[in-house]
Design a protein around this ligand. Structure first.
Ligand code: PGA
Length: 241
């Protein structure tokens, strides 16, 4: 794995965009795997800034998102579809038809999972962007998730629910289940960039980089990927430096 140390969130976002831009320039019809949360926002801002400068186009780009809360509609401000539209898609020239997100309101969740897995089999994602949970989760694959999992429904752990409560009016409003790509789907992508910023990620980064490759830390699975880059800022790297 490649491990890149940066000073702070801003540098992390710049470095991530440097890699993403190379892919976008090299392949007009690139396929991006996208994440939500606070971590990738800086990267998305760089993507928008550079698009506004006329340096890149997303006209032929396809995207797949990692996950969605179960029970939130696409218009709910806490849904990841809403997040992606307001924080990225509405500001670039991407065709929304080429953006793929999981449906947290699907009538038949098993069918929604199967359909996403079928799409992912053909997707050939050039680069998957990932954050890391305070408990080492990637997407919503919580500790003890098998490494061969594909898209499925997940019960969120109390740690993830409390970490994500900051986005909701009350912790009781945080959905307790999510629909998420599995670890095997993530491992099938051509390259991966995991971003980590802040002291609250230091334990998870330590477990992912220096701990055993084990289900206790889903992000540790990434060490078996042939092309994975961790971009970690000073605070998140405190325990591995
Ligand atoms: P965050 O979440 O970017 O909001 O910290 C990361 C994650 O849970 O994967």
């Amino acid at each position: 794995m490649n491990l890149i140390f940066v000073k702070n969130y801003e540098e992390m976002s710049e470095k991530a965009y440097e890699i993403v831009k190379k892919i976008l320039i090299g392949k007009k019809n690139a396929t991006l795997g996208l994440a939500t949360g606070t971590t990738p926002l800086g990267l998305y801002n760089k993507m928008i800034e550079d698009f506004n400068l006329g340096n890149v186009s997303y006209k032929n780009v396809t995207t797949y998102n990692l996950d969605e809360y179960v029970g939130l509609s696409t218009n709910d401000e806490q849904s990841y579809t809403y997040f992606m539209r307001t924080n990225l898609f509405n500001h670039i020239d991407i065709d929304l038809k080429n953006t793929h997100l999981l449906d947290g309101m699907a009538k038949n969740m098993n069918e929604a999972c199967d359909n996403y897995n079928k799409m992912l089999e053909k997707a050939d994602i050039d680069v998957q962007i990932l954050g890391i949970g305070g408990n080492g989760h990637i997407a919503f694959n919580e500790p003890n998730e098998p490494f061969d999992s594909v898209t499925h429904i997940i019960d969120l752990t109390p740690k993830t629910i409390s970490d994500n409560a900051r986005f909701f009016t009350s912790i009781n409003d945080v959905p307790t289940r999510a629909i998420s790509m599995g670890i095997a789907n993530i491992m099938a992508t051509k390259s991966i960039i995991l971003l980590a910023s802040g002291a609250n990620k230091a334990d998870a980064v330590y477990a992912a980089v220096k701990g055993d490759i084990s289900k206790n830390c889903p992000a540790s699975a990434l060490r078996n990927h042939k092309n994975v880059t961790f971009i970690v800022d000073d605070a998140a790297a405190a325990k591995i430096k």
